[in-house]
Design a protein around this ligand. Sequence first.
Ligand SMILES: Cc1cc2nc3c(=O)[nH]c(=O)nc-3n(C[C@H](O)[C@H](O)[C@H](O)COP(=O)(O)O)c2cc1C
Length: 156
Amino acid sequence: MNISLFKEICSTYATGVTIITSKNNKKDYGFTANSFTSVSIDPLLVLFCLNKEAKSNIALKKNSFFNVSILSNDQKDICFQFANNKLTQKERFSGVETTDSKNNIKIISKSCSFLECRITDLISAGDHYIYVGECLNGGINKSELNPLIYHKGKTL
Ligand SMILES: Cc1cc2nc3c(=O)[nH]c(=O)nc-3n(C[C@H](O)[C@H](O)[C@H](O)COP(=O)(O)O)c2cc1C
């Protein structure tokens, strides 16, 4: 099957949008991910996929921590700011309101909800890594917020 057809088919699958944040040597990392999904209830597991070339891999090791902020449809700018690989990590967080969670990793304020997780498994899958994380804590910021949707390369 050719790559462009594969991409086009996958783009017809609508997803939410998350910002995955982490920390390494006191430096904050964050990137936009729509590959986030829940995996298991017992134990509570989620996963996301990250390109092997992505800089955030430095901050994501087995047993290290990450947070997932599920964006609202008011947060399109944040979605593209954290996907912009021309920006430094510091620039990505610039102008974005955040709070620190118990694990000292940033959560995007006014997102729909968030999860605090610890990496339990790191699986190599083609040109991506699949990170599996156990959820330790989480919360809903505002239940009336609508989610940001990603569909056919556009945010809705
Ligand atoms: C809506 C959207 C969803 C994305 N989802 C993913 C994803 O799930 N996995 C991934 O590797 N990159 C994804 N990206 C691209 C990354 O956010 C982008 O490559 C980012 O620069 C990676 O950051 P880093 O290299 O600093 O780690 C997505 C981009 C957008 C706009």
